[in-house]
Design a protein around this ligand. Structure first.
Ligand code: PGA
Length: 242
């Protein structure tokens, strides 16, 4: 159950969130809980999550694993030392606004693994693709150009997030059936490529406390990546505790 805070919250707001959120998920032992705040909040979040089962992740990283002259960038080594264990890679907002491509998704995934971070690799189609009947073609291409290039050992350490772009921040969730169908397709690709290896696939796109039950009832859906509804401690806690 992962939260993507996007460009929301300062360190003091992060502290306030954890004061409410940590006690609300205290009893949870059978699922991973991850929060991915902006870089500047990571240290605060890690401190606030000490002695809880909540883990912290970044929302991106640069693919150069060695430090260097890359103004504005952050690498996996830095994230790790701050206490992050996870990192989101290839989110559709990165693809849409920051020229992220399958090639850079691949490079960032490898860099994350080399730094000991667990990547949450995002794939998903835009509305025009879905309406034009190209969902599987697009997902297949994203899989082939990014995830399929990993070694089996690398593949074992990633989580995939299926996020239909038309459902992100729009209030328009994919129905549990639509999500499950896409998950099935991605899982099929993964099994073909990686010798039936298991992989966790999260659904993301307008996940809320009132639709989590239906989504998680689908066998194909292993967890969720939550944007807007992860910003409020009570609402994210109710999603985590579904
Ligand atoms: P949303 O965002 O839950 O606000 O739709 C999901 C995401 O972008 O990861």
């Amino acid at each position: 159950m992962a939260g993507n805070w996007k460009m929301y919250k300062t360190p003091s707001e992060t502290r306030a969130f954890f004061e409410q959120f940590a006690p609300a998920v205290k009893g949870v032992t059978d699922r991973d809980i991850v929060i991915c705040p902006p870089f500047v909040d990571i240290t605060t979040a890690v401190e606030a999550a000490t002695s809880t089962r909540i883990e912290i992740g970044g929302q991106n990283l640069y693919w150069e694993t060695k430090d260097g002259a890359y103004t504005g960038e952050i690498n996996g080594r830095m994230l790790r030392e701050c206490g992050a264990r996870w990192v989101i890679i290839g989110h559709s907002e990165r693809r849409q606004y920051f020229h992220e491509r399958d090639e850079t998704v691949y490079k960032r995934t490898v860099a994350a693994l080399e730094s000991g971070l667990m990547p949450i690799v995002c794939v998903g189609e835009v509305l025009g693709d879905r309406e034009g009947g190209r969902t599987e073609a697009v997902l297949g291409e994203q899989f082939a150009n990014g995830i399929a290039r990993l070694s089996l050992d690398q593949f074992r350490r990633i989580v995939i997030a299926y996020e239909p772009v038309w459902a992100i921040g729009t209030g328009r969730t994919a129905t549990p059936e639509i999500a499950a169908e896409a998950h099935r397709f991605i899982r099929h690709q993964a099994r073909e490529k990686f010798q039936n290896e298991q992989v966790r696939i999260l659904y993301g796109g307008s996940v809320k406390p009132d639709n989590i039950q239906g989504l998680m009832a689908q066998q194909e859906i292993d967890g969720v990546l939550v944007g807007g509804a992860s910003l409020d401690p009570a609402s994210f806690a109710s999603i985590v505790n579904f």
